[in-house]
Design a protein around this ligand. Structure first.
Ligand SMILES: CSCCC(=O)C(=O)COP(=O)(O)O
Ligand SMILES: [Zn+2]
Length: 218
């Protein structure tokens, strides 16, 4: 069933909320980032941000509906996000995913740079791991890191290969993160948990380095 007018409007309103919340945190520098919310399963359709927009603002031309091939469902002058294929990969691989958010932040870029040459970032024993829906004692998570291929189909294929149901996110090196969830509330919680863990870890390494360099006989 294709999405009704009400379902589309509801998705656009939810995208407005997520967008303004993330914009207040400066998570969309230089028009970066893209957001989507699924509106239909069979066939797949989702609302996605239009490409190149200032995501700190609201306008009547912010979103459009695309199909499983990332093509606009309606005739429109709007261009879907250049990275729409990545959203499609997430929805196709995880049919339970209902929203997918992408932001470029300093902390997620720093983490991918700190682990340059490695294909993942791991962290253990942090309370915010529960924000990812992982509640076991002293849990650890491993977030895959893919290289920042300029060709989006190549990037989307690389992401498709490494994402797993265990961890609802993937880092693109020196680019940003994609995080998803069953709905927009969950995807936001996941994104916030990831960003906390990245900032915490990068700051911890920085502090440790400062302590070492200020310790006598070092
Ligand atoms: C100006 S940031 C480069 C493109 C990008 O990585 C991004 O997230 C925004 O692309 P979009 O087409 O969704 O505006
Ligand atoms: Zn991006």
């Amino acid at each position: 069933m294709t999405a009704t007018f009400e379902q589309r409007l509801d998705a656009f309103r939810r995208l407005d909320d997520a967008k303004l919340t993330f914009a207040r945190r400066d998570w969309f520098p230089g028009t970066s980032g893209n957001l989507s919310i699924k509106v239909a399963n069979e066939p797949l359709q989702f609302a996605v941000t239009a490409s190149g927009k200032d995501k700190t603002k609201l306008s009547p031309e912010d979103y459009l509906i695309v199909d499983s091939d990332s093509r606009p469902v309606d005739e429109t002058s709007l261009k879907p996000s250049a990275e729409t294929l990545i959203h499609a990969v997430v929805y196709k691989k995880f049919p339970q995913a209902g929203a997918c958010f992408h932001v470029h932040t300093v902390w997620n870029n720093l983490i991918s740079e700190l682990y340059f040459g490695q294909r993942a970032f791991s962290i253990q024993g942090q309370e915010l791991i529960k924000g990812l829906g992982i509640w076991e004692e002293n849990a650890s998570i491993t977030v895959p890191i893919v290289e920042n291929f300029a060709d989006i189909p190549t990037l989307a294929a690389a992401i498709e290969k490494v994402i797993t149901p265990d961890v609802p996110g993937v880092l693109i090196r020196n680019h940003g993160i994609y995080a998803w969830g069953g709905n927009d509330f969950e995807a936001k919680r996941h994104l916030e948990a990831f960003e906390f863990l990245f900032e915490y870890h990068a700051r911890l390494l920085q502090l440790r380095q400062a302590v070492v360099s200020h310790t006598p006989n070092n």
